[in-house]
Design a binder for this molecule. Sequence first.
Ligand code: F0G
Length: 457
Amino acid sequence: MTNRSSGESNSLQASHLRCIGCGVVCEKAKQNFRCADCGDLFEIVYPGWNLTRLDAAALRTLWRQRRTSGLPVDESGVWRFRELLPDFDWQEIITLREGNTPLYEMPSCARIAGLQQLYAKHQGMNPTGSFKDTGMTVAASAARRAGFHWVACASTGNTSASMAAYAARGGMRSLVLIPEGKVSWGKLSQALDYGALTCQLQTDFDGCMRLLNEVVQRSPVYLLNSVNPYRLEGQKTAAVELMEQFDWQPPDHIIVPGGNLGNSSALGKAFLEMKHLGFISTVPKVSIIQAAGANPLVRMMRENGGQKLISVQAETAASAIRIGSPASWKKAVRVLEATGGAVDQVSEVEIALAKAEIGADGVGCEPASAVTLAGLKKLVKQGFVKPGESVVLILTGHLLKDPEFTLKFHRGDLFSATESETEADILKPQQRAPIVLDATVDAVIQVLRKADGRLET
Ligand code: F0G
């Protein structure tokens, strides 16, 4: 990073784009962030890291010290780790003080999953309520630095909310393409409030993405989906912050939801880079869980060992991960192979149950995040995760992103008239519908006593 006063850039942070398919290196990608030679995606690499060794111990101390600084770049839980990010001038950075998310112990979920200890890193505690902010601060800054006035994304909701906020903070306009009727109200209202030009298209996320790829090639609009490798660099820092919270002792397993597969790719890249740079001595197994109705990665791994993309027609109430043709599938397969992680899928009822269980630990999350606990239970049953191992669930979105799902769950409406209605009987003990009462003290006390016999006098 370049400090305003020194004006010097750090050669260790010099980075370039490398195609993950043919390996070609370039300074500047085409508008769609696809390689001009082979059409594959780019990743950001730091050639200096192979020439000079970073001083891991000194950086750990520096990063901790920055937590007491009042500088915006130090207050950000992303830019605090800027030595692992592309080089930016401080005044080029758009930040909402993202990152700095809590790591929670999850005692009751641990018992349910059959583990001695379980943690959740809650990325829903970011400024716009999802992990997207950690990537958006980097990619939106790159957009503004490159001189763009417009940024754009296709989204299942969270990317659009985050992009719209960072664009507004950075004085840029934003274009959002979302699948009509498939984005929760919470997320849609965020995009509107932050001033995005919001288009609801009569297609799914994959259709929005295909269309936007054309739009960005025909207009001077900067693409902010996770095919943009700057997004993934920012999202890496959740793993770095997690290691700091664990005092640099890696857990055995990380469990992450899989949609467009950018986040699992980013976290995996971070762990592999931290190992390469000497910050950690082992790499956790990064496992990816998908909804059974939106399971292209699970199918690819099972049917062709991750060699070839299988697209599916996606359908799940966990609308954030309703994605049938994930852009970053090759990067995610590489992470699974390099870390030894597993893939699995979970049903709609399993997602709903896991979400309520995470809520019952006083934490809460949106449905897509709950696939992590639902998947973990399966991985424990299969023996892939052992009872004494340490596990971290990555919770990607805040509970309030999709209150409609939660209300339907507690009212018992989530699965009415669906094929899962019978399976959904197991949810009944978790359901707490609001009780409508006469406005009298007696009525309230009666309900209280019914809820807890110890209150009878
Ligand atoms: N969890 C939440 C809450 C999400 O919003 C998303 C993706 C994911 C998990 C999956 O992450 O795509 O990196 O594998 N949401 C995107 C969006 C697609 O448009 O908001 P991924």
